[in-house]
Design a protein around this ligand. Structure first.
Ligand SMILES: [Cu+2]
Length: 579
């Protein structure tokens, strides 16, 4: 069982246990004896089962189980002692068993709320608030059901509830380490880039585009989705003038995967101000990295990218022979892009397909009709890629794979999630049951360039209630905090830095560090054994633990965030900053 499914199973069992106790309590109060006993027995079994799931999660990593061991386990034990013991007693008036069962239900619900609303890391404040709620709810139940606890017991309950509430609130609202203001830095260009050799102008504006015969509202560069394909040869100096015609909330250009100097990175509020209607901004950088990249707005980027403010950036070595096709996949107003295209290719011609996922979720790509190799991922060439046949690849949000093959005489087709997007001729292919390539074991290994690390950071991805804003939100969190309250990671120029990224939530988080490519060291304790993988976008699935590392060689203030853009807008953004 994967850690991701353990997390889900534990959550389901916790819900069932809480519901079972609450239902049993209500049935007892209604004097429905068989139902009450059945539900309570079921709840007792579910509560005890959690000992197994919580232990397994703790063995997989403390991050997955901290609050379950420290808060849920003691509360579950209390529930079992109070309500379970009651089950063993000689049958009397079933109604008198209602309060113990309801107490157990409150205890398990309280623990569940701690997991769902607070998550990681476990905190005494959250635990005490849960205790206060449980004691208060039990005291009220006692009254409502007309039972008469002794004066000592009721006074004791009130005292415990008040003390827990006060202490818990105090601990919960005390601010942690609030980061230094992350938004007034600006790193000036220090490297001279030379005279531009490739000049482009991109004008952002609202428009209507036609997708599969339907007119849909879009935000676009130069009126087209995707925007114009920017191409360069390695060594070129790119100058891109961004103009904003009428995108009211502003626009920027972020060069996804391109490790530009910080001032060119296009993150509003961090490296520049958003370009408002009527304004312009000029980006200039040298094209030192060969490969497949893309650009997109980083201003209100959940809406902006989804509405169409993105395009392709390809930097080729010179000279290039053969067929070279870019396939940027996107979902615009629920409709898939690009439209299917057929392009006959003469047999024997070398073909490179540059697959780009510009959506917020993973896509599955399958190339049918030919063996192929994965020549590059995220712009970096792989070492010793071997031929693959009938194998699918999963590309995370923001990620790119370059597939290469020699065109056979028979047709070849590229399918995205089962839909043909590019082909050399008619080909019906069923690719749904193909195995998926694991890039961590593909290609030829090379020694890791570093033996030791100057900095170690752990990012635990979760969900939680963020109360630090005007309106509370159910945020996507990193180490229990949401933007802008996640402390920045501080590095010195030249440091080798290791990140451990842990996903204890139930959804995939495609991780994306700006300005640097990270080398994958391991996933879930298994070292990467294939070609060195230098990634800028990788899917951290539920229960995953990724270890990646990079050299701090690009000074500035860099966004480090989830590239599922709704998650990023809901708090999952922090910054990497150079001291
Ligand atoms: Cu995410």
């Amino acid at each position: 069982m994967t850690v991701g499914s353990l997390l889900a199973a534990d959550l389901v069992i916790a819900v069932l246990a809480a519901a079972g106790w609450l239902g049993g309590g209500v049935a007892s109060a209604a004097r429905r004896r068989p139902l009450a006993l059945g539900l309570a027995a079921f709840a007792l079994l579910a509560t005890l089962t959690r000992a197994v799931t919580i232990t397994a999660l703790a063995r997989a990593g403390w991050w997955f189980a901290a609050e379950k061991v420290l808060i849920a386990a003691p509360l579950s034990l209390a529930a079992v002692l109070v309500a379970g013991a009651r089950l063993l007693r000689r049958p009397g008036d079933i109604r008198s068993a209602a309060v113990p069962k309801l107490f157990a239900g409150y205890a398990l619900s309280g623990a569940l709320l701690v997991t769902l609303l607070h998550g990681y890391p476990a905190s005494a404040g959250a635990g005490l608030l849960a205790v206060a709620g449980i004691v208060a709810a039990t005291a009220v139940t006692w009254r409502v059901l007309g039972a008469r606890p002794s004066r000592t017991v009721s006074r004791g309950a009130v005292a415990v509830a008040v003390a827990a509430l006060v202490t818990g609130t105090g601990l919960a609202v005390t601010p942690g380490t609030v980061p230094a203001a992350a938004h007034d830095h600006e790193y000036r260009e220090t490297r001279p880039v030379g005279e531009p050799t490739r000049r482009f102008t991109l004008t952002a504006g609202t428009t209507t585009v036609n997708v599969s015969g339907r007119d849909v509202a879009a935000w676009a560069f130069d009126g087209q989705v995707p925007g114009p394909e920017l191409t360069a040869t390695v060594g070129d100096v790119l100058e891109v003038t961004l103009r904003n015609r009428d995108i009211g909330r502003g626009v920027t250009l972020h060069w996804h995967g391109y490790d530009v100097p910080n001032g060119q990175d296009g993150v509003p509020g961090v490296t520049q101000a958003a370009v408002l209607p009527g304004q312009e901004f000029v980006y200039r950088f040298r094209a030192d990295q060969v490969g497949t990249y893309w650009y997109h707005t980083h201003a209100v980027f959940d809406v902006g990218v989804r509405m169409g403010l993105y395009g392709v950036l390809v930097v080729r070595p010179a000279p290039v022979s053969g067929v070279d096709v870019t396939v940027p996949v996107h979902t615009l107003a629920g409709l898939p892009l690009p439209a299917p295209r057929t392009e006959p290719v003469r047999a024997g011609t070398p073909v490179r397909l540059r697959l780009i996922n510009t959506d917020s979720t993973t896509h599955r790509y399958a190339l049918a009709g030919t063996p192929f190799r994965v020549a590059a991922i995220d712009g970096s060439d792989l070492a010793g890629p071997t031929p693959l046949t009938d194998t699918a690849v999963l590309i995370p949000a923001g990620g790119r794979y370059d597939l290469v093959f020699t065109a056979p005489a028979a047709p070849v087709a590229l399918l995205v999630d089962g839909r043909a997007v590019w082909s050399t001729g008619p080909l019906a292919a069923a690719t749904g049951d193909w195995p998926v390539l694991d890039p961590l074991s593909y290609g030829t290994a090379e020694p890791t360039p570093w033996a030791r690390f100057d900095r170690d950071y752990t990012l635990v991805l979760d969900r939680g209630l963020d109360l630090r804003r005007l309106l509370p939100r159910y945020a996507h969190t990193v180490n229990g905090a949401a933007e802008p309250d996640i402390p920045p990671q501080v590095v010195r120029p030249g440091d080798t830095v290791r990140f451990t990224i842990v996903n204890r939530s139930l959804v995939v988080h495609p991780w994306h560090l700006h300005g640097h490519h990270v080398l994958v060291l391991s996933r879930n304790g298994q070292p990467a054994t294939g070609s060195p993988l230098w990634l800028d976008s990788f899917d951290v699935r539920p229960g995953d633990v990724w270890e990646v590392a990079f050299r701090a060689d690009n000074p500035g203030m860099w966004a480090n965030h989830c590239h599922n853009l709704p998650h990023a807008e809901a708090g999952m953004v922090l910054h990497l900053m150079y001291s």
